[in-house]
Design a protein around this ligand. Structure first.
Ligand code: G1P
Length: 281
C-alpha cells in the first residue's frame, strides 16, 4: 500500500516563516513535522510514499534525500550518531507537483495515476499522531477487515464546526453520513474526521467524476466521500493514541511543549519556565 502526503499548501497561518520555509519542515523539537508522518507510514509497513508538493517546496525533496557533504564530514569524524540523524528515511519517495492550488481533492487527482488500482493512506501534514499503534496501521486494520474506505476520527475535539463530522453507524464502524464543517447545532455527532484517510481505488473514480462537474473554487474530497458513503463503502476508526494538530500556531506550540515535556533533557527547562514565567509550582 502507498502513502500519500498532501503537502502543497501555502501554510499561510504560519507567515512570515512560510514565505520560504515549507510548513512541513517546521520543527517539533529537532525533527521536522513531516518526519512524524513519514515514520508513521514506515512503522505501518508502507514502503512507497508519494509527496504532493509544489514549486515552492523544493526543500522538502532535499530533506528526504541524502546530504552528501554532511555524510562525508561525519564519516571522517567517525560520528555514527550524527550520521544516523541525517540518514534518509527508509522508504521510496516520489514527488508530484500540484501546479495550481485548487484544494485537496484536486491535489489527490494529481497522484491518481500513481496509486492506480491500489488502496492508499492519505495524510494531511497538520495532523501528527503519537501512540503505540501507528495511525495509518489502525486504518489498514479496518480496511483489511471490511474492504472499505476508512476515516480516522477523534471524539469531542472542542469546536466540531472546524471539522468534517461523521454520522456513525450503531456498529461503531460504518459511516452513515458526513457533514463538512457543519453549523453548530447541525452536527450529526461529535465524532470528527482528522487528516488521515484510507481510500480505495473506487474513491478515485468518484473524485474524477466530481472534478469533471466542479465549476469554481477549491475542490475537496467530499463529493467522492458522499458517493462512497451512499454505497455503504466507508468505515471509521476512532484514533487510538494522541493527535497533535499543528495546523495553527497554538496547536503547533502545544506539540512542541508536549515534546519537551516527554524529553528528559528538555523537561527541566520547561518546568523552570513554568515556575518563573507562569508562577506555577
Ligand atoms: C480538513 C477536512 C476536514 C477534517 C480536517 C481535519 O479540513 O476537510 O473534513 O475534519 O481537515 O484536520 P481543513 O482543516 O483542511 O479545513
Amino acid at each position: 500500500m502507498k502513502g500519500i502526503i498532501v503537502a502543497a499548501g501555502y501554510g499561510t497561518r504560519f507567515l512570515p516563516v512560510t514565505k520560504t520555509v515549507p510548513k512541513e519542515l517546521l520543527p517539533v523539537g529537532t525533527r521536522p513535522s513531516i518526519s512524524y508522518i513519514v515514520d508513521e507510514f514506515i512503522a505501518s509497513g508502507i514502503e512507497d510514499i508519494v509527496i504532493i508538493s509544489s514549486r515552492r517546496k523544493k526543500a522538502l525533496e532535499d530533506w528526504l534525500d541524502r546530504e552528501m557533504e554532511l555524510e562525508e564530514l561525519f564519516r571522517r569524524e567517525g560520528r555514527q550518531d550524527k550520521l544516523a540523524l541525517i540518514a534518509p528515511p527508509k522508504a521510496r519517495f516520489s514527488f508530484v507537483r500540484q501546479t495550481e492550488m485548487r484544494g485537496t481533492g484536486h491535489a489527490l487527482l494529481q497522484v491518481a495515476p500513481l496509486v492506480a488500482g491500489e488502496a492508499c493512506v492519505v495524510a494531511y501534514p497538520d495532523d501528527l499522531h503519537v501512540g503505540p499503534r501507528p495511525l495509518a496501521r489502525q486504518l489498514m486494520d479496518v480496511y483489511e477487515a471490511t474492504g472499505k474506505c476508512v476515516l480516522a476520527t477523534i471524539l469531542e475535539p472542542g469546536d466540531v464546526s472546524r471539522y468534517g463530522v461523521v454520522d456513525p453507524g450503531a456498529d461503531g464502524v460504518s459511516v452513515r453520513g458526513f457533514i463538512e464543517k457543519p453549523a453548530l447545532g447541525k452536527e450529526p455527532s461529535h465524532e470528527v474526521s482528522i487528516g488521515r484517510y484510507l481510500y480505495t481505488p473506487e474513491f478515485f473514480g468518484y473524485l474524477a467524476e466530481g472534478w469533471a462537474r466542479h465549476e469554481k473554487g477549491e475542490y475537496f474530497h467530499t463529493y467522492a466521500l458522499d458517493r462512497m458513503i451512499a454505497a455503504g463503502k466507508v468505515a471509521f476508526r476512532r484514533t487510538e493514541g494522541e493527535r497533535l494538530d499543528t495546523g495553527e500556531p497554538g496547536g503547533y506550540l502545544d506539540a512542541i511543549l508536549r515534546n519537551a515535556a516527554a524529553d528528559p533533557s528538555l523537561r527541566p527547562i520547561l518546568e523552570a519556565f513554568a515556575r518563573r514565567e507562569l508562577g506555577l509550582k
